[in-house]
Ligand binder design. Sequence first.
Ligand code: UT7
Length: 330
Amino acid sequence: MEPTRTVSIIGTGSYLPEKVLTNRDLEKIVETSDEWIYARTGMRERHIAAADQASSDLGAEAAKKALEDAGIPATEIDLLIVATLSPDMFFPSTACFVQEKIGATNAFCYDLGAACSGFLYALDAAKNQILSGAVKTALVIGSEKMSTFIDWEDRGTCILFGDGAGAAVLRAGGEGRGIMQSAMGSDGSLADLLWTPGGGSRNPATHEMIDQRQQYLKMQGREVFKHAVVRMGEAVLQALEKNNLTVDDIKCFIPHQANIRIIDSIAKRLGIADRIYTNVDKYANTSSAALAIALDEAVKDGTIQKGDLVALTVFGGGFTWGANVLEWGK
Ligand code: UT7
């Protein structure tokens, strides 16, 4: 295949599991209140996957919708990437499970680990594979069953997360500039502010590890908050500069959906409050799925129209962060 000059998103989809857990429901699980959660996070409710649904099941549902939206069969997918921090199992990859569920028999598949930043990193990876001419069509999914990795006895974290998945189909060519250059960064020195310390090769599964609840996500919320505001704001400006654009050129900004106060701070810093897209009230933080779900919703509800420039930005464990810009061509 010949290298291409543009890569476009030709279809999007998302899936939220049926069960809804409200702030009032959480009041029965930990010592908290609807008022506290809403005031501190902007969240009202979140969706929780069924016991027999794994991340690949959520991802496959989102993928089917994205393929339908794109109007292509799964067999046209050359590359399938799943961004997740809640894989079905350590290996094989969740991407291979999704491949089997949707019948993407001609794809090569892998998972990408960048915590909440995963979908944006995966978009960039897939875009570059297409730009090089290595593949023509890619399916990028952010899928999370966070409810199995959070500690339902820790009110500082369990109120914050939800389950869900979002997907995008990328293809060589298309009108406009398509997916443009990203600005991304990481800082491993801050890993312990947001991590799941147990269950891997550092601290494998033992009775003692489980008794200490180390298999669950731990976060120092206040610290993470400060870094998230700074890094996402900077990343947006860097991505705009790389693509010779300014804040004024952007029709819609979609940030990672972790906390409305983080989103509001970035909006204020950049002067973009009138153009920010958020759904954190309905879904809480779905980690790598959050950006993908929000993008799908913004397109489907008409917020994003053909020819609009859209800026995406993320922040997550690692730390990892990034931003990119795309021209919507569909
Ligand atoms: O996706 C990756 C990125 N993740 C994030 O960006 C999350 C970033 N962090 C945050 O969103 C916020 O830090 C939180 C929402 C997690 C916490 O908000 P905060 O304003 O930073 O509160 P805090 O942790 O400083 O806690 C304030 C108080 C504490 O009580 P004291 O020590 O002041 O008496 C907490 O014990 O609120 C208490 N608290 C709660 N109270 C009721 C903590 N969690 C809860 C709760 N319900 N669920």
